[in-house]
Write a protein of this length. Sequence first.
Length: 265
Amino acid sequence: MTQTNAVPADDPRAKLDAAVIAPRPTRRYRAAAFQTYVLLASAVFVVLAVVAHTVAYFPIDLTITRAVQTYHGVPFDRLMFGLSWLGFFPQALALAVVVVVLLLFAGLRWEAMVSMFAAAGIGIGGLVKIIVYRPRPSADLVHVLRQLPSSGFPSGHVLSFTTFCGFLVFLAFTLLKPGWGRTTLLVFLMLVISLMGLSRIYEGQHWFSDVMGAYLLGSLWLTLTIKLYRWGKPRYFVHQPVAPDVPAPAAPATPSQSAARDAAR
């Protein structure tokens, strides 16, 4: 369904579009650059998943976990616990719903719809967990805050925040005009994504390789999400209130189509 509603010049959303949304060519360039990076990062995942299926943990996993767990500062401990808590159900679901509603309220309709697709990447992680079925860290080897029964590879917390917050990073990077607000938002989101992996290692609920597998799988799903976003925006949401796009150009007619059209005249 094509959106056809025009936004009056005095509409607050039109003012928002003019004030903070970057020009369309800039948005397209940033999208291409971001997607190239994500594609390169995702290429290693399959190899890591195959190896993780046969190896319970790598020597580097044990080394990194023990090194991370040597620090026990109270602020750091609370930060790690808080981040991990945020990634459990129902907190993670509530956070996603709030963000989607805010995007809809701001007039970013297609962005809100695709952000739900980004959040659905956790389902792929659940399937990979079943296939790989790798044990989580053992309390005999490292400190484990709470033993969880599910498979360890990949980390669900890291995967969900990489896909969902990663898409928000993409939106902020491609849509917003340069400024302190954009920079602050990008730094905050990237810190949350990065520290989520550290928190899962600190609490002894995932190995380093579980976390890296989640980052890579999340990058792969994020790539698919961005492709969906870029495919659908110029086709169905060219007249949304904020950050509209130009209609996708019509595909050139093939020789057979041109011949059939000429014959019908």
